[in-house]
Write a protein that binds this ligand. Structure first.
Ligand code: DP6
Length: 323
């Protein structure tokens, strides 16, 4: 028997962050989160199950991967093999399409594309909701990359009801300007960083409570297409996540001096009447939520300080596509 499937999935940037798991093996989050899928970063992945292979092989950007990365993929494919009673090794070929100066997290698009491709290759035929449950077990943020536009990941009460729900297709004047501060690999992965925060930060409990409040509010703002309110909630939610990390032991920070330069520029632009708001994840790069129609104005200001190669304009992106 043989089966193959190929799919594309886009990255997403959280406006209400996922930071912390209540179940590490099932990847169940402590709080619900919400993101915008973006068009400019995506992964394309092909999965072939075949008895011709002696083991699983995983190629990323054309390069055969070593044991650790392959094991994470194998473990993920086991979910499909188990569900379909499929006892076949696989070859996985994945390409991350990232603009020249990228170095941004790719686990969301990576695991969403892998889930969608494995779904076809195994013949499991999950619907999108079930697919988001599968993607979640590869990487939490991948749950949300199944859909385009604004997506909520409901934390749920169990494995079966922790999945993503599309809430708005973002087909209004919304965009992001991404400032790539550096491309170096992060010293502490988000997986390790959130674990440390959950286990040691005295601010963690407050983070979870206030993230749930922020989520409720931002959903109303999105529904009303109240851009400024949405941006203010996203900006403060991101800052609270980073505050929870500062309280960890040892303390954790992903910021670099240039990250702060961008944050100050965003506030200056706001004072000048351009609504724009920053958010950061487990790295120094800054994402600026803005009106798509004003993204070029913001870019022009940023290139007074940064190299044009460091600035990427993102539009809302689509959900998974079967290729
Ligand atoms: C800061 O999804 O990379 O980007 O579930 O351990 O694979 P794992 O973590 P991951 O964490 C993303 C954290 C974040 C916020 C977010 O995307 O919501």
């Amino acid at each position: 028997m043989k089966g193959s499937g190929k799919a594309r999935a886009h990255a997403n940037i959280a406006l209400i962050k996922y930071w912390g798991k209540r179940d590490e093996s099932l990847v169940l989050p402590m709080n619900s989160s919400l993101s915008l899928t973006i068009d400019c970063f995506y992964s394309e992945t092909e999965v072939v199950f075949s008895g011709d292979f002696d083991r699983d092989y995983f190629y990323l950007n054309g390069k055969l991967q070593e044991k650790d990365a392959t094991e994470r993929v194998s473990k993920f494919l086991d979910l499909f093999r188990k569900a379909k009673n499929l006892d076949l090794p696989a070859r996985v070929e994945s390409i991350n399409y990232l603009p020249t100066a990228a170095g941004l997290a790719s686990s969301a698009s990576g695991f969403a594309a892998l889930a969608a491709a494995a779904n076809v290759a195994s013949g499991l035929n999950l619907d999108k909701r079930e697919l988001s449950i599968y993607a979640r077990q590869g990487s939490g943020s991948a749950t949300r990359s199944i859909y385009g536009g604004f997506v909520e990941w409901r934390k749920g009460s169990s494995h079966e009801d922790s999945y993503a729900v599309p809430i708005d297709d973002a087909s209004w004047d919304v965009g992001m300007v991404i400032v790539v501060i550096n491309k170096r690999e992060k010293k502490v992965s988000s997986r390790a960083g959130m674990k440390r925060t959950v286990e040691t930060s005295p601010f963690y409990k407050v983070w979870v409570e206030s993230a749930e409040e922020d989520l409720k509010e931002i959903k109303i703002a999105i529904k009303n297409r109240d851009f400024e309110r949405m941006g203010l909630i996203a900006e403060r939610n991101g800052l609270k996540m980073h505050a929870s990390m500062l309280g960890a032991n040892p303390p954790l920070s992903y910021w670099e001096p240039e990250s702060l330069v961008v944050m100050q520029m965003v506030h200056q632009l706001r004072r000048e009447g351009i609504p724009c708001y920053f958010t950061m994840d487990a790295g120094p790069n800054v994402k600026i939520l803005c009106r798509l129609s004003e993204s070029h104005k913001i870019r022009d200001r940023l290139i007074e300080v940064f190299d044009p190669n460091q600035i990427i304009i993102a539009k809302p992106g689509p959900g998974i596509t079967i290729l």
